[in-house]
Design a protein around this ligand. Structure first.
Ligand code: DC
Length: 224
């Protein structure tokens, strides 16, 4: 039976993962965070001192996989669960860098396609609607101003002991946007048939509601 595929793309910090998690739990779909795959490659590259020149060859030894444990996505490097290790600012920037390398994108392509073939999914990333799942049933491009995204990230991090300042967060976001939008292979951009949602002025609940509405309209009852 054909599975239902929902693609959500957009820049870092637009709220994709939080909203996709909320909506997928309600629909009973699997939520796939594809950024975690690029982050895991970044970790692999960092830990093994791999250069851009030998990355294509080194990928065959990477063994990156996603597992869904009680509905929650965990990402593995070999048999090591690295889901928490990949959530650092250094890995964020490194993931943005290695994701521009065509061999890295090729390596992760089939992993993403296979999950979508076998499950009803909400998959988030940068090129899901344009490259990975061009025939997705629903495509959403979720965005917000860089200032608002930095604001949200700052609030999230300000409870942690070593919180970077707002300006640092904003400049990281701007740099990542630039990398992700300007790379040659599969850059971040809105698919022609994607619905644009700007969450700059919306609360989390309002954003989730907007997404639910788009999905319900597009699927026209098929998500029941
Ligand atoms: O969504 P995230 O911030 O965890 O993603 C980390 C980096 O991975 C992001 O800066 C660009 C890259 N990425 C990508 O190129 N394509 C995707 N589908 C998902 C993420």
């Amino acid at each position: 039976m054909k599975t239902v595929n929902i693609a959500i793309d957009g820049p870092a910090g637009a709220g994709k993962s939080t909203i996709a998690k909320m909506v997928s739990a309600q629909l009973g779909y699997i939520y796939v965070d594809t950024g975690a795959l690029y982050r895991t490659i970044a970790l692999y590259v960092n830990e093994n001192g791999i250069t851009d020149e030998n990355i294509a060859q080194a990928l065959s030894g990477a063994d990156v996989s996603l597992k869904f444990i009680d509905g929650k996505q965990c990402v593995f490097l070999g048999d090591r669960d690295v889901s928490d290790l990949i959530r650092t600012p250094v890995i964020s920037m490194e993931a943005s860098r290695v994701s521009a390398i065509p061999a890295v994108r090729e390596y992760l392509f089939e992993t993403q396609r296979k999950i979508a073939r076998e499950n009803n999914v909400i998959m988030d990333g940068r090129d899901i609607g344009t490259v990975v799942l061009p025939d997705a049933d629903v495509k959403i491009f979720l965005t917000a101003s860089a200032q608002e995204r930095a604001n949200r990230r700052y609030k999230e991090l300000s409870e942690k002991p070593s919180c970077p300042c707002y300006e640092e967060i904003l400049s990281d976001i701007i740099e990542r946007d630039k990398n992700d939008m300007n790379r040659k292979t599969a850059p971040l951009k809105q698919a022609e048939d994607a619905v644009l949602v700007d969450t700059s002025e919306l609360s989390l609940e309002e954003s989730a509601e907007a997404i639910r509405k788009i999905i319900a309209e597009k699927l026209d009852g098929r998500a029941e």
